[in-house]
Write a protein that binds this ligand. Sequence first.
Ligand SMILES: *Cc1c(COP(=O)(O)O)cnc(C)c1O
Length: 410
Amino acid sequence: MVSHSRSLQARRECENLTPTSKIINTFKDYVVPSYTRSLVLVRGKGSYVWDVDGKKYLDFGGGIAVNSLGHAHPAVVRALKNQASKLIHTTNLYYTEPQGKLARELVKLTGLGKVFFCNSGAEANEALFKLARKFGQESGKFEIVTAVNSFHGRTIAGIAATGQEKIKKGFAPIIPGFVHVPFNDLEAFEKAITPQTAAILIEGIQGEGGVIPATKEFLLGIRKLTRERGILLFIDAVQCGFFRTGNFQSYQTILGKDAKDFLPDGISMAKGLGGGFPIGAVWIEKKYADLFQPGTHGTTFGGTPLACAVSLAVIDTVKKQKLAQNIRQQGARLMRGLQKIKSPNIVEVRGLGGMIGLQITGKSKDVVARLMEKGLLVVPAGDHVLRFLPPLNIRASEVDDALEILKNCL
Ligand SMILES: *Cc1c(COP(=O)(O)O)cnc(C)c1O
């Protein structure tokens, strides 16, 4: 194997390649081909990224709702540098100040409860699955009801929880204990509950499923139903949370003043929480917050001081610069602009705050490529939806620039 890769390397080095093809070739030779990739990016600043040839792109994909403050934000860079020079990592067998502080922030933003830290969205959902099992263990409850077209991550339980056949394909046998029913269909959820059901898990807004928000009636109904049946209600807020819709949680945006009477039993978070630095978290309502006793669940990296310090800096910046308000306003500006574009290719514009989906007649990946050519990055959600997830600090002028490119491409 060693000599094989050496000869490959030697051959590549003899060829006269551009910087782009050199980097792409190392991927072809050495990186597992689990993604269809396009650009070769080298740096970012604010809402822009640059490729290896120096071409500039307006980034409305935001690393799929991850880069909350855009790229290379001074507050993020400062927090990384400061904390890295003090303490990057230590085991969870010790206490650190940043982890406690971040947990307190998340509880203040959400409701009474406690937080478990991990490193990704899939891991955060894994913690919820284990919480449901722990909760139901003595009464024989273990099943979790999720929605058709949901997305809950790529782990072996995550793909079982995900309500999309294409995600499960090739990985049989799918682990038991998950059933899927149509999203926003209260009656279907009610019918799916059996004596074995431990929890219901839904996204506040289905992201990968095509930017479909939960309805107000559904959220209120599902909370009432889960209380009556004595089962848990979990929200996967990995994509739709962290101020994306103009409030910390999407259900706060959807419910408006009714949100004060609504609190789930568990919420998974990741993506935007670290502003680009990997971190995941699960908020657990106070009644269930002590179910994970020592030895029941754990992670080496979860809640490492570096990740928590960065996340605290992101939250502090969102508060000080009123970015929840900003994304509400700029999201509305983008939505209005999209609605004004007259094109037979547009089927529907939908979403909330800075999470917007544009349903088109054509193939999303073709339009994504065309927009990229013109300097705008967006991400597809399925075959016919373009997804806009700009940074929370996006400017009105940048929204207008994106709309101009869109008008010309649609
Ligand atoms: C991205 C995503 C996940 C998985 O998060 P990873 O960090 O990729 O593991 C889970 N749920 C939702 C709703 C997501 O959008």
